[in-house]
Write a protein that binds this ligand. Structure first.
Ligand code: SAH
Ligand code: SF4
Ligand code: F3S
Length: 492
């Protein structure tokens, strides 16, 4: 093992519930991303980078920051692995199959690295925050050049330099609770829709989830920084922003100098001239009446709420430490529907949590029937090392879990289909993103409720809002035709 690796061991604290729960003693610092040091500013000139991103929107947005930093160092983007001088895998640790994909990819890239020793092959993101993963890379994939975590992205110029000038693997993963770094450069994916972090980390500690360990404690960006970023995006012509946090309803709870919540933030964002504002993800536990009241004002606050329920059984919810019951969730849904009648609700559900009985699973099905989500992300429970649920007795066979997932998906598909069918003949407002992936003669975009619409219409609509009549609703998408402005009426 190298000196660097020993250094890393000093910094590293493996996922440990007890240690992680002793949070809050350390004050969060707001740091400013400074200039790239002189000797690294041109290090990437004439060279290319490629970032592969796995996982949630948080990671997608982190990749935009990483791209921003690399471009400040002179690197340019490429899609070609052969052309790239830097390849970074921005990884996700949420389920085992997410990790398997990354290990497969690292193995696949080995010959390329062997042929091209100057290539910097790096791993970052949530997997880097796991001790077991880092050890496995050290043992099985020593040709990886660089590993950094989710808390030290801003250190990339230094880490890359170290990696370029040393023959050893550079590993820097911070297990500290996390600071906030402002002023980070970003290369956004497109000029239409933008991600905006409002907070980092998670303090919920759902018993199955790795995120509180990989992303550190909850810390909110100051509202003035968030609002300034959104105003700037509006000025640049962006049409949509999505506010990001693992649990956006906890926004502001960590402020010591003011009382300012997520509802206050949404009420302020509402006044900015950006046509659509989304947010993800909401935790049902912290979803208060004030927020419902603000969202009901509509305008640029769209009628879509992603509200992960995870299970329809209060017993399972308790074991998951979700801190709400089935009844409380249903009551919240009732209040939201009453205040925002045309709301679209989507959710996340886990089946096969340790010890989940048939009856408890049936309760999930009945909740899904009752709420009628527009769509759902459904998962088979995957044990994550270091989390409390991984130690729970699990006597549910994998075949049973798969069967449950299939039944749940069937039910949700029926509901999605029925909900989409209700839109037949209606005219909806679509933000047109581009040509459809499958057919360049077809345009595609999303409704306010985040439904994907494919439609026929002229190309000049790309980047604008269009009214589209839905004539062929499907289970997961809608098909329609463009309705010229003069004849259109706003649907949803
Ligand atoms: N912060 C968000 C999203 C977290 S990750 C939230 O609280 O809703 C996205 C989804 O992955 C979760 O909602 C959950 O449904 C799923 N998930 C998380 N950990 C999982 C695990 N160990 N096994 C299976 N699914 C998991
Ligand atoms: Fe994970 Fe729960 Fe936090 Fe979501 S709220 S990130 S599921 S611990
Ligand atoms: Fe995955 Fe990390 Fe997001 S574990 S889901 S990339 S916060």
């Amino acid at each position: 093992m190298t000196q660097k690796v020993k250094d890393w061991e000093r910094y590293f604290v493996p996922p440990d519930l007890k240690a992680a729960k002793k949070r809050g003693k350390q004050d969060v610092e707001v740091l400013q991303f400074g200039e790239i040091p002189e000797d690294m500013r041109r290090i990437g000139e004439g060279k290319y980078y490629l970032i592969r991103t796995y996982g949630c929107q948080m990671n997608v947005h982190d990749s935009e920051t990483i791209a921003g930093i690399l471009e400040m160092m002179g690197y340019r983007p490429t899609e070609s692995e052969e052309q790239a001088s830097v390849i970074l895998l921005n990884t996700c640790a949420i389920r085992e199959n997410a990790e398997d994909k990354v290990f497969g990819e690292i193995g696949r890239l080995k010959p390329l690295k062997m042929e091209n020793p100057d290539l910097v092959l790096g791993m970052c993101g949530c997997m880097s925050q796991e001790e077991g993963v880092v050890n496995r890379i050290l043992r099985q994939h020593p040709y990886v050049d660089l590993i950094f975590g989710t808390h030290n992205i801003h250190r990339l110029p230094f880490l890359l330099k170290e990696s370029l000038f040393s023959k050893e693997m550079v590993v820097e993963v911070w297990s500290k609770e996390g600071d906030i770094v402002e002023n980070l450069p970003k290369v956004r994916e497109d000029g239409l829709k933008a991600w905006v972090n409002i907070m980092y980390g998670c303090d919920k500690f759902c018993t199955y989830c790795i995120v509180p360990y990989t992303r550190g404690k909850e810390r909110s960006r100051r509202p003035e920084d968030v609002l300034a970023e959104i105003r700037e995006l509006a000025r640049k012509g962006y049409q949509e922003v999505t506010l990001l946090g693992q649990n956006v309803n906890a926004y502001g709870k960590d402020f010591k100098d003011r009382h300012y919540t997520f509802a206050h933030l949404m009420d302020d964002v509402r006044k900015i001239g950006i046509p659509r504002v989304r947010f993800t993800t909401s935790h049902p536990r912290d979803f208060d009446d004030h927020l419902i009241e603000v969202l009901a004002k509509g305008g640029n606050l769209v009628e879509h709420i992603h509200l992960p329920v995870q299970s329809g059984s209060s017993e399972i919810l308790k074991m998951m430490a979700r801190k709400y019951t089935r009844e409380q969730y249903l009551e919240l849904v009732r209040k939201i529907k009453a205040a925002i009648p045309n709301v679209s609700l989507t959710t996340d559900i886990i089946v096969g949590f340790p010890g989940e009985t048939d009856e408890q699973f049936e309760e999930t099905l009945s909740l899904v029937r009752e709420v009628e989500f527009d769509s759902a992300f459904t998962f088979i429970y995957s044990p994550r090392e270091g989390t409390p649920a991984a130690k729970m007795k699990d006597d549910v066979p994998m075949e049973v879990k798969k069967e449950r997932l299939m039944r749940l998906n069937q039910l949700q598909d029926e509901i999605s289909r029925r909900k989409n069918e209700a839109l037949r003949g209606q005219v909806v407002e679509v933000l047109v993103e581009g040509e459809s992936k499958k057919d360049p003669n077809v345009l595609s975009g999303r409704t306010r409720t985040n439904k994907l619409v494919n439609f026929t219409g002229p190309k000049h609509l790309i980047g604008r809002f269009a009214h589209v009549r839905i004539d062929e609703p499907k289970t997961h998408t809608l098909k329609g035709v463009w309705v010229e402005e003069a004849y259109s009426q706003v649907g949803m």
